[in-house]
Design a protein around this ligand. Structure first.
Ligand code: MG
Length: 341
């Protein structure tokens, strides 16, 4: 598989899209050198095992454009994204770092707004920012502000999550409507002269996730479908595995406004980023318990079972459309929208 843009041998925007090219880059450049038993798992957090508990550790950089959008801002996003990557690996998120790379000339009042937003959402997510860094670069060398957050959380030894636990017949659950974050960011850009009432779903999911983990030990695996949308996440789950996934289009929660904007702009809602959603793979027998618990949480009111694990075709995601036809849902390839998170 060729990793780099063949013509140029340079990085292209699609290398950061969460799709095929990014996965190739990770495998053929990063993993080739950094390879170790923790990183190789490619979970949302690195899981470091200790005798009495596990430590989960994650990091993420935020470059979203624009920095303020409907339903959030770069600061809120930088906390939620990192909290969620810890939560989906089963950890209680505890401590975060925050690093700022700021363009010379950036307005201090906007920085204050971002920092206040980070503080407010940290309180909600029950995490503390305990270390940080600030760099300022010359005008034009970075676009306004980039933020990196890392986070650590602690995981109970009894929590066992992993793709290897997934079995035929398990169900695929999502906690609510898809594609809202990506679209909200896009329509906040001046390039799209669209005025729709779509807000980012950006939210910390640690509360919801801990609640369902307490309810049952039959949750097999979780991942937040961010860049590349649910298409990317589901394809990551089946990759090189002896099972496949089938999802049912009519079961996927999605707002009418989202679908109509997708239609106008020619996007597939399945490929669009979410920032407050989690895909949960769970034993079918416990699915109702999980759904019930999710729906009681403010971030899970629209939770649904959207599909199941099937024996064949191995390593593939199928979608049964509303018209009843079956097609393969591929890992997104190109870059639909850079700088969505
Ligand atoms: Mg993630």
């Amino acid at each position: 598989m060729h990793i780099i843009n063949m013509k140029e041998n340079r990085i292209v925007l699609s290398h950061g899209s969460g799709g095929k090219l990014m996965h190739n880059l990770i495998e053929n450049i990063f993993l080739k050198s950094f390879k170790n038993d923790i990183l190789d798992k490619l979970y949302d957090s690195g899981i470091i095992e200790f005798k009495d508990f596990d430590i989960c550790f994650t990091t993420d950089s935020y470059t979203v454009d624009p920095i303020f959008f409907k339903g959030g801002d770069i600061g809120k996003l930088s906390i939620c994204g990192t909290v969620n990557d810890l939560a989906v690996t089963g950890a209680i998120p505890l401590y975060l770092s925050s690093s700022f790379i700021i363009e010379e000339g950036f307005e201090i009042k906007n920085l204050e707004k971002i920092v206040k937003s980070m503080h407010a959402i940290s309180k909600k997510a029950k995490v503390k920012i305990v270390t940080g860094d600030t760099k300022v670069v010359e005008k034009g060398k970075v676009d306004k502000i980039f933020i990196n957050t890392s986070g650590i959380g602690i995981r109970d030894k009894r929590i066992k999550l992993g793709i290897e636990r997934i079995k035929e017949g398990d169900v695929v659950i999502i906690n609510g409507g898809i594609a809202e974050h990506g679209l909200a960011v896009l329509i906040s850009r001046d390039t799209f002269k669209i005025d729709a009432d779509i807000k980012s779903d950006c939210a910390p999911l640690s509360g919801l996730i801990l609640e369902i983990l307490k309810e049952t030990d039959k949750i097999k695996f979780m991942r937040d479908p961010t860049r590349g949308g649910i298409s990317a996440t589901l394809n990551e789950i089946v990759k090189n595995r002896d099972f496949g996934i089938i999802i049912y289009e009519e079961k996927i929660p999605v707002k009418k406004e989202v679908l109509s904007i997708c239609e106008i702009l020619g996007f597939d809602s399945l490929n669009i980023a979410n920032e407050g959603k989690v895909i949960v793979i769970c034993d079918r027998k416990e699915a109702d318990i999980v759904l019930k618990k999710m729906r009681k949480n403010i971030y899970g009111k629209k939770a649904e079972i959207i599909g199941e694990i099937v024996k064949k075709p191995e390593g593939k995601v199928l979608i049964e459309t509303v018209t009843g036809s079956l097609r393969v849902l591929d890992m997104p390839v190109g870059e639909q929208f850079p700088r969505i998170c």
